[in-house]
Design a protein around this ligand. Structure first.
Ligand SMILES: [Zn+2]
Length: 410
């Protein structure tokens, strides 16, 4: 007993002296509570050495315990703040970026899709699966045969970029005309392979603004079809995978999302070609998927929307960027309320409520659904009802005349 209390007393003295040391400015990089000898000085502008963090100006220290890996560190937030979960959208929504994953080809699939859409208040899904020819016709036949779903799914047509060269455009236009006659309401989703990896017959890369393609975009304008296009991927996918890369975890989980610069065009090159395409065809309506991958630079996207009245954008899979800048994003959505469409991309019904919560509430600091996209939290951007209605359905209806136009809220 006696020995224990002597030990406890000694420990208390050591702790007190340790605290006293930590209140002194680090001397020669030494110091910090319990840091005996572990502090490392750095020069102004330098970053801390690996395994250490800046504990006082220009003094770095390593944690005493081995640091957890970023996949294992899951701190529980201690923030207590108002919480408004939004299970169903406040107004019926159109998902302009639908990938229903096989649910469109059978009555059972469509019934299951309908039940899922009801549970989140998505009234209409626009299938962006690049369907064409028989596949498109068979899908439309299944949709039309479903009493419950015949007005709740519409389909975009695909354009094949194989063998682009002399004669390609006439064939592509004939196929598009046939697909529209069969019931397609627009074009898309033109996938990210266009620009990144699609080749011409001579082996050269097919650039997004290749003049051989001009006739198909003009045909889209003539038919009044919106062109839904996904170009490139997040800019971080084109950069070295080091510990400054915001998407390190995603790139490490999914190596096929990396675009090494010795094998792929740069992000900026793809953006340049894409913007050329939009500018070259001012009568064609383009919808840039994923906010054109500029949700992390809304100033850039705003400039594009200012310059190109034929351009619209869609919010699929970039909620992590919208929700981390609630004030800027709020103002952006107000300013460009006529140009933004709701879309989700990957069809996971339980993920839609995160979008509703970001758009409809002013909640602070809440989890995103996919930790490998974003290690940060989200905030609500609190959009007014008239803007929600445009983003959820109004803008999609305006640019896609062949969508069912009746029965939407005023
Ligand atoms: Zn998609």
């Amino acid at each position: 007993m006696r020995g224990t209390s002597v030990l406890a007393g000694l420990t208390a003295i050591l702790l007190i002296s340790g605290t006293a040391v930590s209140q002194q400015p680090p001397a020669g990089g030494r110091g910090g509570r319990g840091g005996g000898g572990r502090g490392t000085p750095i020069q102004p502008g330098e970053t801390c050495p690996p395994g250490t963090t800046e504990i006082r100006p220009r003094s770095c220290m390593a944690p005493e315990a081995p640091a957890p890996s970023i996949v294992d560190y899951r701190p529980h937030s201690t923030l207590i703040a108002p919480t408004h979960l939004v299970k169903t959208a406040k107004f019926p929504a159109i998902d302009f970026h639908g990938h229903a994953q096989g649910l469109l080809s059978s009555a059972e699939g469509l019934a299951s899709l309908g039940a899922s859409l009801d549970s989140i208040n998505v009234r209409l899904m626009v299938s962006a699966d690049n369907m064409s020819g028989d596949r498109l016709k068979n899908t439309l036949t299944a949709i039309r045969a479903s009493d419950k779903m015949k007005d709740r799914v519409r389909v975009l047509a695909g354009v094949s970029f194989r063998d682009v060269g002399p004669g390609w455009a006439a064939k592509a236009i004939a196929q598009l005309d046939a697909d529209v006659a069969a019931g397609a309401v627009g074009v898309g989703e033109i996938g990210k392979g266009f620009g990144l990896s699609t080749r011409k017959p001579d082996g050269s890369r097919l650039s997004i603004d290749d003049p051989e393609l001009d006739p198909i975009w003009d045909e889209c304008a003539r038919l009044g079809l919106p062109v839904f296009i996904h170009t490139a991927d997040p800019e971080e996918f084109f950069k070295p995978i080091d510990y400054t890369n915001e998407r390190w975890l995603e790139l490490s989980l999914f190596p096929d999302r990396r675009y090494p610069q010795d094998r792929f065009p740069s992000f900026d090159q793809l953006m340049k070609e894409r913007d050329n395409l939009f500018r070259k065809h001012p009568r064609t309506t383009f919808v840039a998927a994923h906010m054109g991958w500029h949700a992390s630079d809304l100033g850039r996207l705003g400039k594009m929307l200012d310059e190109m009245p034929n351009l619209y954008t869609e919010v699929g899979a970039v909620l992590y960027d919208i929700g981390r800048q609630p004030r800027l994003a709020h103002d952006f959505f107000i300013k460009y309320q006529d140009r933004i469409l709701f879309g989700k991309d990957s069809f996971q019904p339980e993920e839609y409520p995160y979008y509703w919560r970001v758009f409809e509430t002013r909640d602070d600091y809440f989890d995103y659904y996919r930790p490998y996209h974003a290690f940060w939290k989200l905030y609500g951007i609190d959009l007014p009802d008239d803007v929600l209605k445009k983003v959820y359905f109004g803008n999609a209806l305006r640019i896609t005349k062949a969508l069912p136009q009746q029965g939407w809220p005023k």
